[in-house]
Design a protein around this ligand. Sequence first.
Ligand code: ZN
Length: 447
Amino acid sequence: MTDLDLTRELCAFIEKSPTAFHTVASISAYLDEAGFRRLNENDSWSVAPGDACYVIRNNSSIIAFKAGADIPADGARFQMAVSHTDSPMLKVKHNPEMDGPQETLRIDVETYGGMIDATWLDRPLGIAGRVMVRTADGRVKSRLVASDRDVALIPNVAIHQMRETNKGRELNRQVDLAPIFSAGLLGRGAFDAMIAELAGTDPASILGKELFLYNRMPPHVWGWADEFVSAQRLDDHQCAFASLKAFIAAQNPSCITVFGCFDNEEVGSGTKQGAHSTFLRDTLVRVNAALGGTDEDYLRALARSFLVSCDNSHAIHPNHPELYDGENCGRLNGGVIIKESANQKYTTDAFSRAVFTAVCEDAGVPYQTFANRSDSPGGFTLGNISNTQVSVHAVDVGLAQLAMHSSFETAGAADAAHLLRALEAFYGAEIAIEGADAFTVKLATQL
Ligand code: ZN
């Protein structure tokens, strides 16, 4: 598969994944196809060496693992890569309709995550999410819904009514971001009737819903030299997809490889299924126990373990290079970015940078570095938050992109392949960690 083919597959993956719930379903489909077995948190687990399994929490976070067939009796370890399923979007409130003037009907939304509000204007939007449906057998079941057609739009105000608009306009999220749903043909109740139809039920049978408006513009590779890919939710689907493909492809008999993709990173990860929850810890503890490990074995395994936190980073913006630290910034298609910050919002330290650099160099994968300008706080991600629950050597990496948190983001068409190759090498490597004193890395190709 060429680098561009991989990125086109990423586009198809994103198109099938309009919300975190759908992303988990898309990831599960890949894992099912690869022969993984689903475990449920409320069952007892039996896991044997050589098994490949996954577990889902809240239908919006997922962890998969492969237990090596030949793990040393006295030396288990986890080699993990994590990313996130969510992205900034417009979330529909429980009572979804607002009357507008002249028979118009609008949708009542609030913002989820730190979105660039203006990028949501004048784009036809679809609706997707999950609903809880009362079924004939007396159960209340979760169902995914996606409109697969445009059903709403947030119209700009014409220049004639707002002459100052090009001088910069602050959007009021309650007023200016309300999408139009009907010009007059649909009346009150139409929104819930639409959702019920999408869910194959009637409105009265829906007891709960989490619905988001999403940009349906098709993701695609573009440019005269095919250098770019633009899509909604590239942050963090580009990393999630590349790490999933690497995780499935890599073989490592001597350790437990782990793939994690968590919801709610964009709102601080502090939910039962977010990176700050016990989900990863619970899963690793149970895998260790199912394989016959003791509590002490688990802690010893963590001391030998390594986590790669994968979340997209910034490419230098051609119109605004002054916003970047010129010595520590990345470019599109320049390879995997290693992120570091003094305030420890990124987990990267000398030791973990050295581990990841050794992997990239031995695998022949290009890498770059990123640090925020010293007068800018920058963003946050999930690695250091996850590390409060499962404390292991960790590095923060990502792929360069433009317009992070726009409703349509742009990245380099070759970079998903860079991360895939780096992580396939990482997952397959024999990484022997001695505290913070020393380590050795041997790639599968070097064994
Ligand atoms: Zn992100």
